[in-house]
Unconditional design. Sequence first.
Length: 309
Amino acid sequence: MLPGAAVVGWGTALPPVVVTNKDLEAYLDTSDEWITERTGIKERRIGGTVAELATQAGKMAIVNSGIVPSDIDLLVLATTTPDESVPATSAVVHSALGLSGAAFDINAACSGFVYGLTVARGAIATGCSRVLLIGADVLSRITDKMDRSTAVLFADGAGALILERREDSDNFLGWDIGIDGSLHDLLYAELGGYIKMQGRDVFRKAVQAMVGSARSALERASLTTDDISLVVPHQANLRIIEAAAARLNIPMERVAVSIDHNGNTSSASIPLALVDAIDAGRIADGDIILLTGFGAGMTWASAVIRWGR
C-alpha cells in the first residue's frame, strides 16, 4: 500500500483594498443590484503580487500546522498570473518562507488548486513527507477595469494547505482532473492583454464540467453525494454554484460560498472558501469534503478528502 496523506495546516491572504459594487458604480455602467443578481458578488479584494500573497498564506499555514519551514519537502504554487515569465513565482515564495526541497508553478487556471492537490498527493506517494500547496492569483492585473462583464468578477488572493505523509491511512479518497482544449476561446487572456470571456457559454460548460467531474471523483472514492458533508466549489459565480449543486442534488446548506466578499480569485478561490468554512466551524474531523471547480482551457478538477489531521 502506498503512503497516504492528510491536511495538517491551512492559511489565507487577502489584499487590504476592498472594492465594493458601489465603488464600481462610480465608473462603470452597472449597479450593485445588477452585479449581485447575476454573480452573487458584493465586494472583492484588489492588490499585492502573487509572491506576496502566496508567502503570507504559506506562512499562516506553516504556523497553523505547528511545523517549521525546513520540514517541507516541496512547494507547489498554482497560479495563472505569475509575477514574472522567468523564474517561476514559487522560487520567490520558496526563498521568502525559508523552505527546503523543491518548488514549481502549475497553471490550470481556476482548476489549479485541485490540480495541485493531486500533484501534492502524488509527491507524497513517491517520497515527500510534507508538501505546501498554495493557490494564488492577482487577476486584477489582467482584468480590464472598464469591461463590466469581467471587472465585476475578478479579484486577488491566496490560500494554502499543507499535506503530510501518513503510512497507515489516507484522507485523499478520490479525484478527477481533465481538460477540453477545444474550448480555449471561451475564456482567455493573451500575453500582455486582458481577460476575454464568453459569459453564457462559460456558464453552461462550467456547470457541465463541475457536475461531471464531481461525479467521477465520487465514483472513484466509492461514495455518493449523500456522503458529502460540505462541497467547496470554485467561486466563479453564485449562479453557477447553485446550478451545479442542484444537478448534484446537494442543498446549498452543504455548500461553501465566499464569492460574496472575495469575488473570483481563480486558483485561490477554493482554499479561501475552505478556510472560511473551517473558521465558521462548518467542518469537523471525519467529514467528507468535495472540492470541485473548472477553469479556462477548459479545465476541470475535483477531489474528495476526509477531513482530519
